[in-house]
Design a protein around this ligand. Sequence first.
Ligand code: BDR
Ligand code: CA
Length: 312
Amino acid sequence: KKKMILDLDTGVDDALALAYALATPDSDLIGVVSSFGNTQVTTAGENTLKLLELLGRTDVPVFIGAAHSSTTDNFETMQVSMDIHGKNGIGDVALPAPTTALSSQTAVDFIIESAHKYADDLVIVPTGPLTNLAEAYQKDPEIENLIGNVTLMGGALVVPGNVTPYTEANINQDPEAADYVFKHAKHLVMVGLDVTLQTLLTKKETQVWRDLGTEKGRVFADIFDYYIDAYYDLDINKAGAALHDPLAVGVAVDPNLVTLLPLNMMVTHEDGRTIGDPARLRDPHKNNFAAVAVDEPFYLERFMNYTTALFR
Ligand code: BDR
Ligand code: CA
């Protein structure tokens, strides 16, 4: 069984990526590292602790990562995200203070240690900025050839971005870090807006969680309904909200959910575009793969089966 590390900027859809990772029988979640992005890094870490406690999984350790990129304080982008994810990152749903604490080891050191321990069996799934992973690669370049698989939510190849016509939010937070990761990862799968915008969760599905009559079901329904309402108010989508981050977890354990295009990519530092890298296009060895189509009914069915069983 693969060992998985999630790198979350928890975040409404990050919360559901966590649920999916706990529910899938196909991998072991060995830890969650936190990133700035949808909210401050400490808030993201605390959200993860609270959600793990709600789900009865206080055995999963949580590590604090980068508070911002190496070039900006990311203050403005975080303000924008709070309109979509709520001031506390999880739809302004209040959860009790966690009884567990954040780990004293840093996110970067946990990634490095796990790479040496599990090598090819390690799968890293970042669903926020790529700052932590780039820092880990830079601190210990040996891990480039160890980590078996990086499957991330971020980027947009053909479909327009959600920050600018060319840029997706996670990549936009730290384009330099993203460029470093695309070029240095041994095997990287980009699950970007090209596919995640084709997946939609509506209040019909969150009602299924609510109808379970459990605290877990109610909390996750409240969190996601906030996101659906934000999508409605901001005129992003009137029917529901994109199920971005859990799809990266889904693809990490089962690539059959999507169609992958082998394409060595780069990220432009000025505007965070994820495009083919001219310098590596003809390289017969592809280390990057972009998801370009998704089996939405298959994914939604699996997502609902896993989450409903977990929230029961
Ligand atoms: C990504 O940005 C964040 O707001 C979401 O959590 C997701 O990871 C979508 O562009
Ligand atoms: Ca996210």
